[in-house]
Design a protein around this ligand. Structure first.
Ligand code: PXL
Length: 287
């Protein structure tokens, strides 16, 4: 193929605060891929603590945009969904996945964090998110979203290896061959780790990272974008988790070092160059 891999990224566009499309576009471009943004909503900022947000829902944009791409006979190697503005958008995302059955189907089930739902996410959306997960090849919930998808109450108690494996396997039973849970603590002492499962290989992994006592919005989007880019570059799942974890750690520690307002997100601009390197990373562990 004499063109870069092409990804349709169905996420919101938040003007300030470095999340969703404003991090996904630069990350995947730096990794050598062409991202075609399909915005689900336009917001003045993300919804994490910056007061009254100005939001324009773009539900009625998704389907006509897909029709246009079909008329153009555009090919996509990956369809990647994230923050959605309304329950109907889930049906539209399903149409994108159906229209490109050969494309890698990545669902980041963006619904909440730290045990709570984001304010724009309704009960209906939480329920219907399983329909998207059912058709995904890969899902990337954080721990809060993993509990939501399983219909279980959130618990911040560190997971034993057996509990972590069970969660990953049960999420995979909802549909996806590959599952990655971000931001889990393990009872064996890892305060912050990303966990992965590849059903085809019956293999579980984790990559631990340094704990930083500040939480930045958009790091889940950053992680999922690097992970997707790495898989599209033919990294194995543990290598891709490794790459995404190390990059997020770099961006987070850089930002923490500057002491900037956490609500402004991570200083991606200072870290992006690292993504152009493609050395094999192999400091993942078997879970
Ligand atoms: O990073 C997740 C995210 C995406 N989009 C919007 C958000 C958030 C998290 O707060 O508010 C609009």
């Amino acid at each position: 193929m004499n063109r870069p891999l092409r990804i349709a990224a169905i996420h919101d566009l938040s003007g300030f605060g470095r999340c969703s499309l404003t991090v996904i576009l630069p990350v995947l471009s730096a990794m050598g891929m062409q991202v075609c943004p399909v915005p689900t909503a336009v917001l003045s900022t993300h919804t994490g603590g910056m007061g009254e947000v100005v939001m324009r829902d773009l539900t009625d944009f998704l389907e006509p945009a897909l029709d246009h791409y079909r008329r153009l006979e555009l090919a996509f190697e990956c369809i990647y969904t994230g923050f959605l503005g309304s329950p109907e958008q889930i049906s539209h995302c399903l149409d994108y996945f159906r229209s490109y059955p050969q494309a890698l189907a990545v669902v980041d089930p963006v619904m909440g964090d730290h045990g709570k739902s984001y304010r724009t996410v309704t009960g209906e959306m939480r329920g219907r998110m399983r329909e998207l997960v059912a058709v995904a090849d890969l899902i990337t919930p954080n721990l809060t979203e993993a509990y939501m998808l399983l219909g279980e109450e959130y618990s911040p108690v560190p997971l034993t290896r057996a509990q972590a494996k069970s969660m990953l396997a049960r999420l995979s039973e909802l549909g996806p061959e590959q599952v990655v849970i971000t931001g889990a603590s393990l009872a064996s002492g890892e305060r912050m780790a990303n966990l992965g499962y590849d059903r085809g290989r019956s293999a579980f992994w984790y990559v631990a990272c340094d704990y930083v006592p500040v939480s930045y919005p958009g790091t889940g989007d950053l992680f999922a974008a690097v992970l997707t880019g790495a898989l599209l570059q033919d990294d194995s799942l543990p290598m891709a988790i490794n790459r995404a974890t190390r990059f997020c750690e770099l961006a987070i520690k850089t930002t923490f070092g500057y002491g900037s307002d956490p609500r402004h997100g991570v200083m991606l601009e200072r870290s992006l160059g690292a993504l152009t390197q493609r050395e094999i990373l192999s400091d993942y562990q078997l879970l």
